[in-house]
Design a protein around this ligand. Sequence first.
Ligand code: 48H
Length: 259
Amino acid sequence: MDEVTISRAILETYTKDFVERLDTDVAIAGAGPSGLTAAYYLAQAGAKVVVFERQLCPGGGMPGGGMMFNRIVIQEEGKHILDELEVHLSEYQEGVYVADALETISSLCVKTIRTGAKIFNLISVEDVMIREDRITGLVLNWSSVVWSKLHVDPIAVRSKFVIDATRHDSELCRIVTRKIGPRLITESGEVVGEQPMWAEVGEQEIIKNTKEVYPGLLVCGMAANAVFGSPRMGAIFGGMLLSGKRAAELCLNKLRISK
Ligand code: 48H
């Protein structure tokens, strides 16, 4: 095997996939549980989806479980998603299930990729594109460039919808308010900020917080609770999966209308 053949195989196939996703239906920032679940359901329904993940590995907070005990808790409402992903669950008590965090995130990744979504790791979303009061795409750079503070200009992808799945920091929403002022659909127009831990309320509110917060920009997962000022919930993950699924459903409805 010739080394240059190996290099050419990597570069040509990667570039082909990337170029093919420069124009998409939905571009997602963050490959944690909520972003990946959104990508899975969107791709499954036939949408053209791309996910950009800053870190080396996808998964966000899921591999860490609760305080590095790599188990996650799922309530009854989220169970059907893990059943669909073929993740093993043990019933800890009535309506309370436990899954291996690594099995869950691995399965989510595999299923998401096999439905046709593309995940690009080691790429950070550093800005958004806005045209006529609508988000129209994401601005990207290599994470290594961002971390080493090199002066390298970014590139951009165009997308009918973008999803902010960047957890507590809700980075895309913060970029919007920083650049064009308090224009989100929250009461103040700003990111309200996440509240202290209250698992039950956090898990309930995350679903209603999952929505389009500015034309073309949806928010899901922890970012949704941060944007609307709802509590965090610790290592229960049903809400993350359900929020990702909800974001996918909202995008699909809107894509059908605008297609
Ligand atoms: C590219 C980015 C960028 C960027 C961030 O943290 P996550 O797992 O987020 P969720 O919302 O899917 O899940 C939250 C869950 O893991 C969690 O933390 C819970 C339930 N906490 C409860 C509590 O009480 O704390 O994943 C977000 C991903 C990460 O992998 C980041 O690296 C990535 O987004 N990311 N990727 N460009 N600008 N910002």
